[in-house]
Ligand binder design. Structure first.
Ligand code: SF4
Length: 114
């Protein structure tokens, strides 16, 4: 079986073709650098995603946030439920940790709020 992917590890966006036999990866072609192969293997075996969204602050405003690391793709919905039930304390600066542990990542502010 062949699977076509677009590498998202850098803006070049190389087109990758992964050849699989069951869950075994036989080959990865189309990558310009080793990161593409690593991305393709991870995407086919344990896909992960960065989450970028907003969290409600204690004053009712929204602050933009992101996970500091990609989290397992199958946990994104559960992660959003936790994020949506969180109220961030103010003040916040970029990089402040709002949720310290979320499926192996943390959730950090990506904007300042007074
Ligand atoms: S394979 Fe390498 S050069 Fe191509 S998009 Fe991925 S990271 Fe960028």
């Amino acid at each position: 079986m062949k699977r076509e992917l677009t590498c998202i590890a850098c803006p070049l966006g190389c087109s990758l073709t992964v050849t699989l036999e069951g869950k075994n990866i036989l080959s990865v072609v189309g990558n310009t650098c080793p990161r593409g192969k690593e991305y393709a293997i991870n995407e086919c075996t344990a896909p992960k995603r960065m989450v970028t969204t907003t969290i409600r602050c204690e004053n009712g405003e929204l602050v933009s946030v992101k996970t500091s690391q990609p989290i397992p793709k199958e946990k994104v919905f559960e992660a959003m439920e936790i994020i949506n039930s969180t109220i961030a304390k103010l003040p916040l600066t970029i990089g402040d940790v709002i949720i310290p542990d979320l499926f192996g990542s943390s959730v950090v502010a990506t904007q300042c709020k007074e």
